[in-house]
Every structure is written in C-alpha cells, then in structure tokens.
Write a protein that binds this ligand. Structure first.
Ligand code: PLP
Length: 419
C-alpha cells in the first residue's frame, strides 16, 4: 500500500491521464499489455533511447516498444524517409514504387521468404500464414505450443482465450521433443502446420532447443505439413533471423515489429509454390486485402531502416551488447544471492524471479510475481523503463553508458531483492 501511494504521489499527471482515458476506453487502455495497476505511466516524448513521462521524469528505454523500437525514437534517417513519403502524398490507392524494393530487402535477409506479402501487424501475418497452410495442404489442424503468443487473436496461455481465431488447434509443449514428435505423428495427415517461435519471446525469452526445432522440421516434412516460424520478435537475433543461425529453413516465416521502421507492420512469406496461392492472376487464388498493407509510411520507413541503418554488422553489435549485458546482470544477481535469472538471446532478454533457468513455459509457474513487480517498480524509480513482466529489448541507440548504468542499478538493488 505504501508503494502504491508513493507511486501515485510521484505520478499525478499520469494518474489524471489514466482516469480521463478510463472514461472513453475500458480500463483506460487500448493495448492490454500496457496496462498495470495502480495505473500505467503515460510517456509524452522520446528521443534516441530516452523517454519522458507526463510528470517530467526521464527514463532509459530498455523496453524498446516490445521489440518494435529497435531503431530508437525518431532515428533521423527513418524520420527523413517518412517526411519524404508524407510530402509525396500519403497512400495513393495503388501499388507503390517502394513496395518491391522493401520486399527485396527482406528477401535478401531472409532467403526462405521466396515470395512475401505485407500486412498491418504480426498478428495478421500469422493469421494469414495459418489460413494459407490450411489451404495449401487441404488439412484442418494447426499445432501450437502451450504458453505461446502469436498475436492478439492467437494467444495460448493456460487459460482459454475466447478472442482467438477458431482453428482446430492441437496443443503440444515447447521444447519437449518426444511428446511433440508423437503428437505430430498422431495428427498425421490432418496436420496443416506447426507454428512456433524459435525463441519464445512474450513467453519469457525462452530459447528453443535446436534439437527440438530440428525435430519439428523433420517431422512436419515427413507428415506433409508446413513449418511456420514466427520470427516477429526473433528476426533481429541474427542478420538472417534465428532460422539462419539454426540452419533451419521453414516453409513459411512471419515478421513484424521493428522491420517496419517503427510504423505498423507485418509480413508473411515462404516457399514460392505455397505463396503463389495468393497470386490474384490465378483462378481460385486466396484473397488478401488490407487498406494499409502497403501504406507508404511503412514502406518508406522499413526500407530505410533495413537498407541504411540495420546493416548485418549493426545486428551483430546489438546482439553482442545484449549478450554482454545479460551476462553481467546475471553475474551481479548471482553474486548477491538473489533468486533472479535473466534469460534470452542477444538483444532480447527477460528477468525472471526464480532460481533456475526456465526451459519451458510451464517452468514460469515457479516465478515470484511480487518480486517481479518489485523489480519493475525499483527499476522504474531508478529511471529504467522495462516491461512489467520483465522483458528488455535493446535498441540501436543504447550504448555502453546505458548498459553500465543498468548493471550498476541492479547491483545497488540486488541485496534488497535477495532479502
Ligand atoms: N508474434 C509474436 C512472436 C509476437 O511477439 C507478437 C507481438 O508481440 C506478434 C506475433 C503480434 O504482432 P503485432 O503486435 O504486430 O500484431
């Protein structure tokens, strides 16, 4: 109660904005992930890796818009591309000259995406990939993993979620090789596809065991089903996505988040023969509409980001920085005897208040939720913005100084978290 009072006293303007928002939006909210009690902060501006809230506090942005903010706030090259697009006329009701260039840049990075299409979000990209897999195979069942998140209408925590797209789901458990192998074989010729994140991102930054993912590749192929890699979050973990790092070629890949340069974005693509089902010049093709699929702001921002800013060297540097940060934080936490562990790969990580590294979503049941909250609010007080569930996603403007400051803050707080 004291902590809530102190938080409210420190953030009167955010509280007032939340109360006003609650009059017109349920819970004052239009993105459930951003909601937390007693009320979420309202950020009013950002620059590089800094944020300012409605009460004038500043933060280092270690959340990075849940991974969509890889370029930081208002990167000048991307801002220039957007300004040019605006000056040239917003959304002309036609195919645009930058679409193919952007698609080419994506295919260059992710060669398994032989043909691709754009959407407005990662959720839509996954919905279309699943519909395509069912159409292309003539089968009905979709295998998903308990605890996975593939978007607002494709979310699979333990409890049933009524807003999901009503596919015939077959559930299996992430990183459990034999059980999943058996489930794929049992579903056999009814299985259209398996959709998996090669590292569970929202699910807690739990890397897929390479042997598990390799098994999925082999078993889906044997079953005549498609393997869909959701790389909406993980595509940033190597220049060619986690698939290139693993040496696994999925049939379909979905992308989202940062690749749109900070604008609304999603894409799905894969084997040309499968993707050709969307070719409208063919009779019986699948429809794929969406007024803003090719909006000029996303096309311009995404193309500028991918070709001018996010070079393969920049991807390597960002992930090396993340690996180093995670190692340092884990060393400090272990040294203090705090039962807290940070998981992840490269620039994506999640703080978990538990003593042993979670290998499966079910392991997270052992996490201490009150400690999760304490860590979040302590870091906020120290000027570090993260997700309440413990996610950190580095952006390009984050440098050594910001990482050193975060490690120092964790070192200062760790004895309290250990107590
Ligand atoms: N897939 C994964 C792995 C995600 O993490 C997310 C978003 O967090 C999505 C899909 C959905 O993307 P969007 O929020 O753009 O709909």
């Amino acid at each position: 109660a004291d902590a809530v009072e102190a938080y409210s006293a420190a953030n009167p303007e955010s509280q007032a904005l939340h109360e006003r928002a609650s009059q017109v939006m349920p819970g004052g909210n239009t993105r459930t992930v951003l909601y937390y009690t007693p009320f979420p902060l309202t950020m009013v501006s950002g620059s590089g890796c800094r944020l300012e809230d409605a009460d004038g506090h500043t933060y280092v942005d270690f959340l990075g818009e849940f991974t969509a903010g890889l370029y930081g706030h208002s990167d000048p090259l991307i801002a220039e591309a957007i300004a040019k697009a605006v000056a040239n006329g917003v959304n002309l009701g036609s195919h645009g000259p930058q679409e193919a260039a952007f698609a080419e840049a994506i295919k260059d990075r992710f060669p398994s995406m032989e043909l691709l299409r754009f959407t407005n979000s990662g959720t839509e990209a996954n919905m279309l990939a699943l519909a395509l897999a069912k159409h292309a195979t003539g089968r009905g069942k979709v295998m998903v993993f308990e605890g996975a998140y593939h978007g607002g209408t494709l979310t699979f925590p333990a409890s049933e979620v009524p807003v999901n797209v009503p596919h015939e789901y077959v559930f299996s458990r992430f990183n459990e090789i034999e059980a999943t192998r058996q489930a794929i074989r049992e579903t056999g010729s009814d299985l259209a596809c398996v959709i998996v994140e090669p590292m569970m991102g929202s699910g807690g930054c739990i890397p897929g065991d390479p042997a598990f993912l390799q098994m999925l590749r082999e078993e889906t192929e044997a079953a005549g089903a498609l393997l869909v890699f959701d790389e909406v979050m993980t595509s940033r973990l190597s220049p060619g996505g986690l698939q290139s790092e693993l040496g696994i070629r999925p049939d379909l890949t979905t992308l989202g988040k940062y690749i749109g340069g900070g604008m609304s974005f999603g894409a799905f693509g894969g084997r040309a023969e499968v993707m050709s089902n969307f070719d409208p010049s063919k009779t019986g093709s699948l429809p794929h509409a969406g007024t803003f699929n090719n909006n000029v702001l996303t096309m311009a921002a995404g193309l500028a980001g991918l070709t001018k800013r996010l070079t393969p060297a920049a991807v390597h540097d960002l992930n090396a920085r993340g690996d180093s940060l995670r190692r340092r934080i884990n060393a400090v936490l272990a040294g203090a005897g705090a039962g807290i562990i940070v998981t992840g790969i490269g620039s994506l990580m999640n703080i978990h208040p538990m003593r042993t590294e979670p290998k499966r979503p079910a392991d997270l049941a052992g996490a201490d939720q009150r400690m999760r909250d304490l860590i979040f609010f302590d870091l906020l007080e120290d000027g570090f913005y993260t997700a309440r569930r413990g996610l950190l996603a580095l952006s390009l403007p984050i440098g050594d100084a910001e990482c050193d400051a975060l490690v120092a803050a964790v070192a200062r707080r760790a004895p309290r978290w250990a107590a």
